[in-house]
Design a protein around this ligand. Structure first.
Ligand SMILES: [Zn+2]
Length: 377
């Protein structure tokens, strides 16, 4: 499973002199239950073989490195790829040792890029499309907590109280019945208190973005009162569900609700960016303004188009990135500017400064000229 830590690690990787290949493979099956990544791989392999035949080697073995690399990729897929996963990312040095493969249950667009460093944007897209949820299933005597990430069950914990036995001599409606009911109520309070501590522990350990609380209306309402504020504020949805429902059925039912919640949040951010940009208040619109704000460390939330690409340049002296090709750097006059993918640059900067990143469908950012941001100050 992948996490933000992978993104961090890749961004901070010390890059050597060798070119880095970033390969993204869509491993989902088509209507005939077949995977088609092989077609894409063969096509790329042929392109690189062509390159090898038509260019005179630079002498550093770079061209020769591709053949071995494709073999290695092929071997990795044959031996390590797990069928349940729908996306694969492979990073490798061409002609070098570094080879790293990640797999996850979400599909990505087929893509292969050779650059001086690993391309992280498609990975960031996968990570931001899904949040980490804790699903709490509750009745009066036990609680189950599911850790759900990228639409899959990562972990599950369960706690049971030790309930009073239902005594056979308790007569309905009698004095002992009343006493029994009172004791059951006391028992529930103890259990709910214990369960809330378990939920708190779960939240601290797994750091879910949101929580879902499922049970009867009465239990859910009562249980909420036992939860500390920082836990209770994470609850985005409550509803009925039997405490012993199979995890897969619970997740399937929640999926559209969580998706809707995610879209609602994204829609809110977009509306806020538009509103603020219109009033010229703590927001940017357009790639250069957004890039500049990122380079100044001001961005709270970055909004960019999914699978976007935009070629810009970076000053080799001060490192500043410009959206358009220029003759010299605006800041230091340096004339050596190298090409960079501005989208990748923005995502890296945002991740490095802990900004939230939101990817939108192509076309949605037309009025905001391809990129926008909410600013911190
Ligand atoms: Zn410069």
């Amino acid at each position: 499973m992948i996490s933000r830590a992978d993104l961090e690690r890749l961004i901070h990787r010390q890059n050597g002199d060798l070119p880095v290949l970033s390969l993204f493979l869509d491993m989902s099956v088509d209507s005939n239950n077949k995977r088609n990544h092989g077609v894409f791989l063969n096509q790329k392999r042929a392109e690189f073989a062509e390159l090898q035949n038509t260019t005179i080697g630079t002498g550093n073995g770079e061209e020769a490195g591709y053949g071995g690399l494709f073999e290695r990729i092929h071997d990795w897929i044959a031996n390590n790829y797990q069928e349940a996963n729908r996306g694969v990312v492979i990073y490798a040095e061409v002609g070098g040792d570094w080879f790293e493969a990640l797999q996850f249950p979400i599909s990505v667009q087929n893509r292969m890029v050779v650059s001086d460093r690993p391309m992280v944007t498609p990975l960031a897209q996968v990570l931001t499309a899904y949040e980490h949820y804790g699903v709490i299933l509750l009745d009066r005597e036990h609680v189950r907590i599911l850790s759900v990430y990228l639409g899959t069950l990562l972990d599950e914990v369960e706690f049971r109280g030790d309930p009073l036995p239902t005594a056979s001599n308790v007569k309905a409606g009698g004095y002992s019945q009343m006493r029994f009911q009172r004791r059951k109520r006391e028992e529930m309070k103890h259990f709910f208190k214990d369960f809330s501590e378990e939920v708190d522990r779960f939240v601290n350990r797994y750091q879910p973005t949101h929580l879902v609380l499922l049970g009867t209306e009465e239990n859910v309402g009562r249980f909420r009162e036992y939860l500390p504020e920082h836990v209770s504020s994470k609850i985005v949805y409550t509803g009925p569900a039997p405490v012993d429902a199979p995890a897969s059925a619970v997740m399937e039912r929640l999926e559209p609700l969580l998706r809707a919640e995610h879209e609602r949040h994204d829609g809110e951010v977009l509306a806020q960016v538009r509103d603020r940009a219109a009033h010229d208040y703590l927001a940017t619109a357009g790639m250069q303004a957004t890039l500049t704000a990122l380079q100044e460390g001001k961005v709270d939330t970055l909004v960019v188009t999914r699978d976007g690409e935009h070629q810009g340049v970076r000053c080799t002296q001060c490192g500043f990135v410009f959206v358009q090709a220029m003759k010299r750097c605006l800041y230091d006059g340096n004339e050596t500017l190298e090409p960079v993918d501005v989208m990748e640059e923005m995502v890296r900067l945002a991740q490095q400064q802990g900004s939230e990143i939101q990817f939108t469908e192509p076309g949605e950012l037309g009025d905001l000229r391809g990129a926008a941001a909410l600013l911190r100050y």
